[in-house]
Ligand binder design. Structure first.
Ligand code: MIG
Length: 715
């Protein structure tokens, strides 16, 4: 065994003709790569740590020690790591199968989280998956190996020291979590080299460290947290106006409408059908005055048609993927289509200009679809050239780069980005929010939403959602209303459904289901201050907004695989109804909570809680204070009256964030962040941690959990 410190800060270990490079990009992170690994495409250049690190050969082993970690590598270059004195990582021998070029096997029987929005339960032990971005229009079930996103990040959880593993490899990858071998977690790749990061710490610390390297979900514009409505497709301006009028007449709030593919002229990206959507600029400006933001879909496939500017320019400037030197064609919605070579930086800059100009029409977001990339005439061959990278290696990166190009377009238009993407990979969260693709209008899919969104959060995607009501198939009124209730914490609250399915706009529901949907929406608007602050903390501190109980209650055995309850921040717990006809359900309380509707206290443990339609099991944690807007608020505006609901059972603290709700000023410090604390002894204190603008707050009202006013004062 030989160990050498290289000039770039990496440690080279050589033993029995094999070599590996180790480095420490963060004090709690080990990076291991094979010497011929290419520079990362997802992580920028890192400053490696060498201070306070010692290294030596001990017998046949190499030992590297940092203030937190001890790394031991044996003569076969097998790794063992200790974090705060505990063994956290122990490599087992790994023999690749035929299709696998390499990989790793770790000894572990700990709960497994992450890997994005894969199907199956929150804890992934006993399951295996393949990461290869896939368009899956049929129902997503526990055995579905791949979905739209490929996020090579998972967590091995231990109430104490947890570990995050990120495999930096864009080829097809495979994960086997204690399925083939009970005490082993395996991951492998079909091409490329071994290039792995290990993160150590508590669950929140690991996620914050991972997102420090891969990027964090940026704060979305405020409007996006309101009610969103979509359908494939609202085919004309009149259709959209009908939806807006429907919401209005029914007294339902609404901020956002999506335009699916039929708004385009013959499915050509960056065009608008002028017959069905005449005078789009004025119309969009008018809608914005009414508080309605319109988000158009953009598909990855570009119509191959001479005379269409995007095609002509792309051909002239070589912006499309090629096969054996010729532009590669397949079929998507526009018919004969070509695919921008997004992995190439020049192509991204070119695309970003279209995005910028399109945004200037007055659109407030972009919905990126079909970017796996999906195709109708069979998959793209693996040797298609995507801007200098073969498809086999570029496939899982394709959407990532499309989203980066889109993000550049927003910055060029000086708008706060709001991009909702179907496909992506680890790190795409820094450019785009995401939804879980084509779910089905089934109760199974409603239940699947909870582990999917929780694991997306734990995988760095703080801003995500699912199609409320279900996309494929006909939904029932009851399912639509229950879905609206269960989605209260979803950062993206979008009702969407497929072509040829029964309509699922809430104002079309019968009285009982309509009232339940409306009740859910009204409560959603009460949660917007909590959500917006949580999403600010996601960007600034790597926290999660929506998440599983285990994130806040790491020592709680019962929380490890809780698939029917979820939290928002540290304060809110939701235990929605998930079955038809359900009248009550068992709720597990990891500590005492107060019911939102009436302030009733529920002690730690299992309790039977009524949940008839229209009665949502939503709870506020003990010893907490939450910020609410005015009662019955139907606007997403920043509250001028802050209603602070306090549990009156000890010292309670919360952060509260406000800014302009749109634009990029907050990144230059134009925002306010307050720490609100209240206790019987010291009363109420509102301490500005950052003051960068005039506050929206004019009045403060402190309330009990039953809504009794405890204190009222001008601010
Ligand atoms: O092949 O644009 O997931 O939300 O409505 C289907 C039509 C293409 C798939 C998206 C869905 C969208 C639909 N798209």
């Amino acid at each position: 065994m030989e160990i050498t410190l290289l000039p770039n800060g990496e440690y080279r270990l050589a033993s029995m003709g094999k070599e590996a490079l180790f480095s420490f990009p963060l004090p709690t992170c080990i990076h291991l790569r094979e010497p011929d690994a290419k520079p990362s495409r997802l992580i920028g250049k890192l400053i490696l740590l060498n201070d306070e690190i010692t290294y030596r050969v001990e017998g046949e082993d190499a030992v590297i020690e940092t203030p937190f970690l001890r790394v031991e590598v044996d003569k076969d270059l097998r790794l063992k790591a200790f974090f705060n004195g505990e063994t956290v990582l122990e490599e087992a021998p790994f023999l690749p199968k035929e299709e696998e070029k390499g990989g790793m096997s770790l000894k572990s029987s700990r709960p497994v989280y992450g890997l994005g929005d894969k199907t199956g339960p929150l804890d992934k032990r006993g399951y295996s998956y393949i990461n290869w971005n896939s368009d899956v229009p049929e129902a997503h079930v526990d055995t579905t190996p791949s979905l739209y996103k490929s996020i090579n990040f998972f967590l091995l959880f231990d109430g104490g020291a947890s570990m995050g593993v990120f495999l930096d490899n864009s080829c097809k990858t495979r994960f086997d979590f204690n399925k083939t071998v009970k005490d082993e977690v395996r991951f492998s790749f079909d091409g490329g080299t071994k290039d792995v990061y290990f993160f150590f710490g508590s669950l929140p610390e690991v996620i914050a460290a991972y997102t420090a390297l891969l990027g964090r979900s940026p704060l979305p514009p405020r409007f996006s947290l309101g009610a969103q409505q979509s359908r494939w497709s609202y085919g004309s301006k009149e259709d959209v106006e009908k939806v807006i009028a429907g919401y209005k007449k029914a007294g339902l709030p609404l901020t956002t409408i999506y335009l699916d593919i039929d708004y385009m002229d013959h499915f050509k990206d960056f065009t608008v059908n002028e017959e069905t959507f005449p005078d789009i600029r004025n119309w969009l400006a008018e809608k914005k005055k009414e508080g309605i933001h319109i988000i158009p879909i953009i598909d990855a496939g570009v119509k191959a048609e001479v005379g269409y500017r995007v095609y002509d320019e792309g051909i002239a400037d070589h912006h499309f993927c090629t096969l054996n030197g010729e532009v590669y064609h397949n079929e998507v919605w526009p018919g004969d289509s070509v695919f921008p070579a997004f992995p190439e930086v020049g192509t991204r800059i070119w695309w970003s200009m279209y995005v910028r100009d399109f945004l200037r029409f007055g659109f407030d977001g972009i919905w990126n679809d079909m970017n796996e990339p999906a195709s109708f005439k069979g998959p793209l061959p693996l040797n298609v050239d995507m801007g200098g990278i073969p498809h086999a290696e570029a496939h899982n990166l394709y959407a990532h780069y499309m989203n980066q190009a889109t993000h550049m377009g927003f910055l060029a238009a000086q708008k706060r980005p709001y991009i909702v993407t179907r496909a992506g990979c680890a790190g795409t969260q820094r450019f785009a929010a995401t939804w879980t693709g084509d779910n089905q209008s089934t109760w199974d899919h409603l239940r699947l939403m909870i582990p999917q969104l929780c694991n997306l959060s734990l995988s760095g995607f703080a801003c995500a959602g699912v199609d409320i009501g279900g996309f494929g198939g006909d939904s029932t009124p009851e399912l639509i209303a229950r879905w609206a209730e269960a989605s209260l914490f979803n950062p993206i609250y979008r009702n969407h459904s497929a072509i040829h399915t029964l309509p699922q706009e809430p104002y079309l529901l019968e009285e009982e289901e309509f009232l339940a949907y409306k009740n859910a929406l009204m409560i959603r608007y009460q949660l917007i201050p909590s959500l917006y602050t949580a999403l600010f903390e996601a960007e600034s501190a790597g926290k999660i907004a929506l998440g599983p109980l285990i994130y806040n209650f790491p020592k709680d055995e019962r929380a490890k695989n809780e698939n029917t309850e979820l939290m928002l921040g540290e304060q809110w717990l939701l235990a929605p109804a998930l079955f038809p006809g359900q009248q009550s359900r068992s709720v597990y309380f990891p500590c005492a909570f107060y019911r939102y509707s009436d302030g009733q206290r529920f002690k730690k443990g299992d309790q039977l809680v009524p949940c008839p339609l229209g009665n949502i099991p939503l709870f506020q944690r003990e010893q907490s204070v939450v910020v609410l807007p005015q009662k019955k608020e139907k606007h997403i505006d920043f509250p001028t009256v802050l209603r602070l609901r306090w549990t009156e059972d000890g010292l309670a603290k919360t952060l509260y964030y406000e800014d302009e709700g749109e634009g990029l000023g907050y990144q230059k410090g134009e925002y306010n962040l307050f720490e609100i604390s209240v206790s019987k002894e010291d009363g109420l204190a509102i301490v500005p941690l950052h003051q960068g603008m005039k506050s929206h707050i004019q009045e403060i009202v402190l309330e009990s959990v039953t809504g009794e006013i405890l204190l009222k004062k001008a601010y």
